[in-house]
Design a protein around this ligand. Structure first.
Ligand code: GLC
Ligand code: CA
Length: 578
């Protein structure tokens, strides 16, 4: 194939397949007015930083009006900006300035539930015959108890009793986050209206919060009890429910298909088979989904909050299943190591030991960014940020962290040391600590009192330092992003795993008819030597990127130092004759 033809084919690929997304947790990004909380003006001030990194799309966590019980995932008004974060004028300015600089913006769409302070819910709980009652999911008590055993994600039952109407309402998350009743057509229409409101402003798409949970099994069956939990898992009853695809196809028909946008669904408890139903381009639902399979690899003795570490062979199995599975079914992967709900990847999948931290961060970046799909970078990942360890539970803010601590110490009697150990490994606040902009007070994030403490290692790990050091994780991520923009094979190449059982290296190929990308990363602190597969040995090749001083080309073996990573691009024999 000629280069021209390859470029023409690239032009036909939708923009979101060639993009890198950067996730901003607005509260933690940059505080422009000194009240200790990151805000929209703060993002505006840092747009040039994001341009320098080279990303294409910004995903903002919820910025709508919210009582902040779950940091914005409890929305009381979908048409207004949360005053802590700014005003609608600030948002309009942010969108315009981002677009001017060539950055797209997607927003979080949280429509599985609202806040209990949303006017709909305030009406709904007043009377059974209120027009809004049926906007939510209500059930009569069964033997004076909740209608089934589902537990809320943040602890306790998923049902709360409202004496006024003598019924329980469902909340898969906090009791302040009642689930909307998607069976009600009027609810769906309201949601489509609010989506159009933002799309008509010119936003570039949505990340859809827990979208796999919107359709519930009408039988509301008890869920299985997992790991001595007090409550049953609602996922078995509620994830990927019977009408979810019907709803999303309707949403696509009514709203999404009328705009040039991207959509990514957050889909807990979704297998590859399930995911292909959401993302098969012939089915007209979503562009891609976030699965959780790699996030579950270190679930252990107490579920998410455990001390277990992942196994590399299992990680490869998961990534490979998704790479191959989505490609087979006209789907598209979203690629991520972290987000606002997850620990920092360097700590979790690499090491935060000082001497290897940067190498590990770059290695992990290489393994993810060289896969097929759309990569997501969570703020600070490009600095190789680590988990935070705060001494006291009082230094944590997150509702999940607080409820786990209470459960472990008060109900399960696991002791506060153990509880803190798991929080150091898994708390969502590991991701949510303020972005460290410099080594000055409060990491240069705010001139006020930060709503959450910065990671104590900010004097070493911060933006100013990274921009000064040509060898920083930042500049490495910049290169990875550039590679996606300039080498079509990174978007199109077919994925093939080598050495599935090896617990030390992750090595895979990306193949087209003419080229092979050889990608390898060392997940250990020992040096590694790798044999090239025989069909590559001897082929012309060149080094594309590495996190150490690697030879410019390779013939038989690749030597990797601790946490080393390297990518070589091979040209197949057939092409040389042309
Ligand atoms: C998603 C969000 C998480 C939130 C939950 C409830 O998982 O990512 O932050 O707590 O949904 O909205
Ligand atoms: Ca502020």
């Amino acid at each position: 194939m000629t280069l021209e033809l390859a470029m023409m084919m690239m032009n036909e690929i939708p923009w979101w397949k060639k993009s890198v997304v950067y996730q901003i947790y607005p509260k933690s990004f940059y505080d422009a007015n000194g009240d200790g909380i990151g805000d929209l003006q703060g993002i505006i001030q840092k747009l040039d930083y994001l341009v320098e990194l080279g990303v294409d799309v910004l995903w903002l966590n919820p910025i709508y009006r919210s009582p902040q019980v779950d940091n914005g995932y409890d929305i009381s008004n979908y048409h207004e900006i949360e005053p802590e974060l700014g005003t609608m004028a600030d948002f309009n300015e942010l969108l315009a300035k981002a677009h001017e600089k060539g950055l797209k913006i997607i927003l979080d769409l949280v429509v599985n539930h609202t806040s209990d302070q949303h006017p709909w819910f305030k009406q709904a709980k007043q009377a059974k015959n209120n027009a809004y009652h049926d906007y939510y999911i209500w059930k009569k008590p069964v033997k004076q108890q909740a209608p089934n055993n589902w537990g809320s994600s943040f602890g306790g039952s998923a049902w709360t009793y409202e004496a006024e109407v003598a019924e329980y309402y469902l909340h898969l998350f906090a009791k302040e986050q009642p689930d909307l009743n998607w069976e009600n057509e009027q609810v769906r229409r309201e949601i489509y209206t609010l989506m159009r409101f933002w799309l008509d402003k010119g936003i570039d798409g949505f990340r859809m919060d827990v979208i796999s949970l919107i359709s519930k099994d009408p039988a509301y069956p008890d869920g299985p009890i997992i790991q001595n939990k007090q409550y049953g898992s609602y996922y078995a009853g509620a994830a990927n429910g019977p009408r979810v695809h019907e709803y999303l196809q309707e949403m696509n028909r009514e709203v999404l298909s009328h705009y040039e946008i991207m959509t990514v669904g957050e889909t807990p408890h979704t297998t590859v088979e399930e995911a292909t139903k959401y993302t098969d381009e012939h089915k007209h639902e979503l562009n891609m989904v976030f699965h959780f399979d790699h996030m579950h690899l270190d679930y252990g003795e107490n579920g998410k909050f455990s001390t277990k570490r992942f196994a590399l062979s299992a990680l490869k199995r998961v990534f490979t299943k998704w790479q191959v599975g989505m490609a087979q079914h006209n789907g598209w992967n979203s690629l991520y190591w972290s987000n606002h709900d997850q620990a920092r990847p360097v700590t979790r999948f690499g090491t935060d030991q000082q001497e290897y931290r940067q190498a590990a961060a770059k290695m992990l970046g290489t393994i993810l960014h060289m896969q097929q799909g759309t990569p997501y970078i969570f703020e600070g990942e490009e600095l190789g940020m680590t988990n935070a360890r705060f001494n006291s539970i009082d230094d944590y803010n997150d509702i999940e962290t607080k409820s786990v601590y209470k459960d472990f110490t008060e109900n399960k009697h696991l002791g506060s040391d153990y509880a803190m150990e798991t929080i150091y490994l898994k708390s969502r606040d590991n991701a949510r600590t303020p972005m460290p902009w410099s080594a000055t007070k409060n990491a240069g994030f705010t001139t006020g009192k930060p709503w959450l403490l910065p990671n104590p290692n900010y004097p070493q790990i911060n933006v100013e330092q990274a921009l000064r050091d040509p060898d920083s994780v930042f500049y490495y991520y910049q290169q990875l992003i550039k590679l996606r923009h300039t080498l079509p094979i990174v978007t199109t190449g077919k994925y093939r795993l080598l050495h599935p059982q090896d617990e030390r290296n992750y090595t895979f190929l990306r193949e087209t008819a003419e080229q092979v990308l050889f990608v390898t990363g060392n997940f250990t602190a020992q040096a590694e030597q790798l044999e090239l597969p025989t069909f590559l040995a001897g082929l012309e090749n060149k080094l594309i990127i590495s996190n150490f001083t690697a030879p410019q080309s390779t013939s038989k073996t690749v030597n990797l130092p601790a946490y080393g990573a390297a990518v070589y691009l091979f040209t197949k024999e057939c092409d040389k004759s042309r």
